[in-house]
Structure formats: structure tokens, C-alpha cells
Design a protein around this ligand. Structure first.
Ligand code: ATP
Length: 282
């Protein structure tokens, strides 16, 4: 069973750092750049692995895990880097990125190139569930990433990914259902959905879509030993989604604080770990 205390402490510190970045850093800084369907997130941790800064921007430059607007992605990444550098008063040099599982051939290095276009040195490219699990640290279980466009299920055995599935159904589908039910535009529904004060009202409206997510998870976990499920990704921010999925699957479901930031934080932690390991082997 995961002990989510440490993950929650790190995630709370990252969210605090969005509005109150830690300045006066003397050691190395390590960055994670996460390019998603809905957001681009830049996270920074210090030499002790503590979050020191986080900036993000709504973006429409990635679809199904692939960069579809390269110039737009580079512009946003550069602007986030500049913003963070100005606040921290230092240049950001070391960076890692992550891509969805099984997209290495399709991505063709685009995500890495976006990060490098900002002038940062990309030291590692992780797959997203591996990055998420650097924060959650499950040994045996499924990390379920409910993002903007898709739900990704990665099953871990002995702390390593053994299988991944990615199926279309994510926050965009939730927004479309909500927009239809409430007579809103898609963009209005997106904003309405992100306000936690509306979640109690929203969950019954999007219940069939949550049930679709549950059935995707059930099918990915069939014939596997999955003693626990960990929800990450922006759509997991929806309060109550965890209870409905747990009831449907009859498997304990854990949701950390600020699930949308698990993978972005894991990428920065992975950057630090990777560089420490390289230094150790040098
Ligand atoms: P993908 O993983 O599909 O590539 P992504 O990485 O951009 O996409 P995330 O950033 O994990 O995905 O999640 C984006 C989704 O999360 C969007 O649909 C957004 O509306 C939803 N979301 C973000 N914050 C909240 C919130 N507070 N409540 C409900 N949904 C939210």
C-alpha cells in the first residue's frame, strides 16, 4: 500500500511555489517540462529535491500526446522559462521531459526539441508513468493518468512499469458532456469544471463518462495483479471521481493532493536523480 504522506508534502510544496517561489538557491536546480493536451507545465526542484518553482499555461499545442503546434509549444516553453528565471534570478540549465508510453517513434524527439529550443540542456526523456511514480512510489499497482484527451493506465510490478494502455476519454469529454447538459460553450464548460465549488454538481452530470473511465481501467487491469490504483492527471482533480471509480472497480483508489502536478513534479525529480546517478558513475 502506498504511503502518500511524502508525495502529498512534495505536491503541497510545489503548489506553494507557484505563488511563492523559493529564491536564494545556492545549489544546482533541476527542471521538468511537461507538454500536455491542456497545459504546459515547468517545474523546478533544488539539489535536495525540494520544489522551488512551478509555472504553467493553458495550451493547445499537443494532441494525443504529440506536438501539433511546434512553434506555439516553443514559444510557451520559452515564456515559462523566462518567467521562472526572472523570479529565481538565475538561469535554468538542466531539464528533463516526458512523453506518453509507446510514442517514442511517433514523437520523433519533438518534445525534447521544444525543451532544447529554450536553451536548456535536456538530460533525460522519461515515459510519463515512470515520472509520475517517482512521486507516488507504488511498487504493485496501477497509476491511472486521467488527462485532457486520454486515460493512461500503467501497471507497476516491483516498482517498474510492466504494461501501459492509453485510451481516448479524458477531461475534454467531461467538458463536452457538461457543455451539452448546461447549454454552455466548450470553453465555458472547461472553466466551470475547474472550479472545485462546482464539483458536487458536476459529478452526477458526468457520471457516465466517469464510468467509461472505470471500464477502461477494468479492461487494462484484467488478468493482472492490481492491489491499488493511484489517480493522477488534471481530470483526477474532480472531487468525488475517486469514490465512483473505487466503487465501480472494488479496488482501493488513492488520489494525492494536486494530482495534475504529479507527472510534472516527477519529471523534475527525475532530472535531479538522473544527474546525480551520472555524477556517481563518472
Ligand atoms: P494528456 O495527458 O491527455 O496529454 P494533459 O497532460 O494536458 O493531457 P492534464 O494537464 O493532466 O492533461 O489534465 C488536463 C485536464 O484536466 C483538462 O481537461 C482540464 O479541464 C482538467 N482539469 C484541470 N484542473 C481541473 C480541476 N480543478 N477540476 C476538474 N478538471 C480539471
Amino acid at each position: 500500500m502506498i504511503d502518500s504522506t511524502q508525495a502529498n508534502t512534495l505536491l503541497d510544496a510545489l503548489i506553494t511555489a507557484v505563488d511563492a517561489p523559493k529564491t536564494n538557491n545556492t545549489g544546482e536546480l533541476y527542471c521538468g517540462l511537461d507538454l500536455g493536451t491542456a497545459f504546459i507545465v515547468l517545474t523546478v526542484v533544488n539539489d535536495k529535491g525540494e520544489p522551488v518553482a512551478c509555472a504553467y499555461q493553458f495550451a493547445n499545442v499537443v494532441r494525443d500526446g504529440l506536438v501539433v503546434d511546434y512553434v506555439g509549444a516553443c514559444d510557451i516553453a520559452a515564456s515559462l522559462k523566462k518567467q521562472v528565471e526572472k523570479i529565481l534570478g538565475t538561469e535554468l540549465i538542466h531539464c528533463a521531459v516526458a512523453i506518453p508510453p509507446k510514442t517514442e517513434q511517433l514523437d520523433g524527439g519533438a518534445v525534447k526539441n521544444v525543451a532544447e529550443s529554450t536553451g536548456m540542456n535536456v538530460v533525460a526523456v522519461f515515459d510519463e508513468p515512470t515520472a509520475a511514480n517517482l512521486v507516488m512510489n507504488t511498487q504493485e499497482g496501477a497509476v491511472v493518468d486521467i488527462g485532457g484527451g486520454t486515460t493512461g493506465i500503467s501497471i507497476f510490478e516491483h516498482g517498474k512499469v510492466v504494461t501501459c494502455e492509453d485510451e481516448s476519454t479524458g477531461g475534454t469529454h467531461f467538458s463536452l458532456v457538461l457543455a451539452g447538459a448546461k447549454g454552455m460553450s466548450f470553453n465555458e464548460a472547461e472553466l466551470y469544471k475547474r472550479d472545485a465549488a462546482h464539483h458536487e454538481e458536476i459529478v452526477p452530470i458526468v457520471a457516465p463518462t466517469i464510468d467509461k473511465v472505470s471500464s477502461i481501467i477494468r479492461s487494462a487491469c484484467r488478468n493482472r495483479h492490481v492491489p491499488e490504483i493511484i489517480l493522477v492527471g488534471g481530470t483526477s482533480e474532480l472531487s468525488g471521481i475517486e469514490d465512483r471509480i473505487e466503487k465501480a472497480l472494488n479496488i482501493p483508489v488513492y488520489k494525492p493532493n494536486h494530482p495534475m502536478f504529479v507527472t510534472p513534479l516527477g519529471i523534475a525529480l527525475g532530472c535531479r536523480l538522473h544527474m546525480l546517478q551520472e555524477a556517481h558513475h563518472a
